[in-house]
Design a protein around this ligand. Structure first.
Ligand code: ZN
Length: 313
């Protein structure tokens, strides 16, 4: 495993075991999740969102969340993350021992009501309650709020940019350590990403968190690069783009980690991830989810002969 002391320019936060798995119908056996996470760590990933703490009847794919967190914690130097929608989830995640929790907060009122049956204002209150619980019980745990549907929503269409900026400021005021922006439904374009991240950064500064981009319309990498250009340095992505959108056949879900690492490394921007080992991790994923399509242009094409490209450094 590469030393975590090696400096990196961008942090790739792997979300396949959470975002990817919760978007597919098949349930990956727990033992296969372990091997997959081990392979991701061996490739040099330093942060992995390993599970979602939600009721098992809603997401049977996540019923083993506590076991998966405990397994991931064996890797020293790995930041173990989990998604929690509410205080109850946060309590379970903290009890399991996570280093960091991420709370989705919808910028779209329609999405918020449909997803968590809460208004945005009520969700900010929930965030504040989670922060207070964390402060009392586990002050070392980091909290991120991901502003979901920040770039558009399938239920209500446009999402006002003022609402996104307001919400990012509101969750920071509620005490989160960072707030990122999520293109939950894959509607963002690079000009919008540049504009919105710039506005959010001028509002919350260094508390600006990850760019969470989906590749639903093929703009995932372009959107990541746009975010990079305006100062974003943490990127969520998913191995093999797991979790293809059922409404867009052939489209991958999250930005493909392999392609994202290829783009940054080819530009001389260090990710700390070994692309050859990363591509090898696909077999662990496939073993646990036979029949599930794997995406990614870099794995299809293979690495260039001169990889890693010394002229880019
Ligand atoms: Zn997502």
């Amino acid at each position: 495993m590469p030393s975590t002391a090696t400096p990196i320019d961008v942090l790739i936060s792997e979300v396949g075991p959470r975002d990817g798995l919760q978007s597919v119908h098949a349930v990956m056996p727990t033992a296969d999740k372990f091997t997959w996470i081990d392979a991701l760590v061996a490739a040099g990933l330093r942060e992995i969102e390993v599970a979602s703490f939600v009721p098992a009847h809603l997401l049977p794919q996540m019923a083993d969340a506590t076991d998966v967190v405990r397994h991931a914690l064996r890797h020293s130097g790995l930041t173990v993350m989990a998604l929690v929608p509410n205080l109850r989830g946060a309590q379970a995640a903290i009890a399991a021992g996570v280093h960091k929790i991420t709370i989705p907060v919808s910028a779209s009122e329609a999405h918020s009501l449909a997803n968590v049956r809460k208004t945005r204002e009520d969700m900010v209150k929930e965030v504040r309650t989670i922060v207070q619980y964390r402060n009392e019980v586990a002050p070392q745990v980091l909290i991120e709020a991901g502003i979901s549907t920040a770039f558009g929503c399938t239920l209500q269409g446009d999402v006002a940019e003022d609402d996104v900026v307001w919400l990012a400021a509101a969750v920071v005021a509620a005490g989160v350590d960072e707030s990122g922006l999520s293109d939950t439904t894959g509607m963002a374009n690079p000009a919008q990403v540049r504009r919105l991240f710039t506005r959010v950064r001028s509002e919350i500064g260094s508390r600006t968190g990850a760019a969470h981009m989906h590749n639903t319309r093929g703009l995932g990498l372009a959107n990541c690069l746009a975010a990079y250009d305006v100062g974003v340095r943490t990127f969520d992505s998913s191995l093999a783009g797991l979790g293809g959108c059922p409404y867009a056949p052939g489209a991958s879900g999250n930005v493909v980690t392999e392609d994202l690492v290829f783009m940054f490394e080819a530009m001389g921007i260090s990710t700390g991830v070994d692309l050859t080992r990363l591509m090898a991790a696909r077999s662990a994923l496939q073993h646990g989810l036979p029949g599930e399509p794997l995406y990614g242009m870099t794995p299809e094409a293979g690495l260039p002969l001169n990889w890693p490209n010394p002229t880019a450094r």
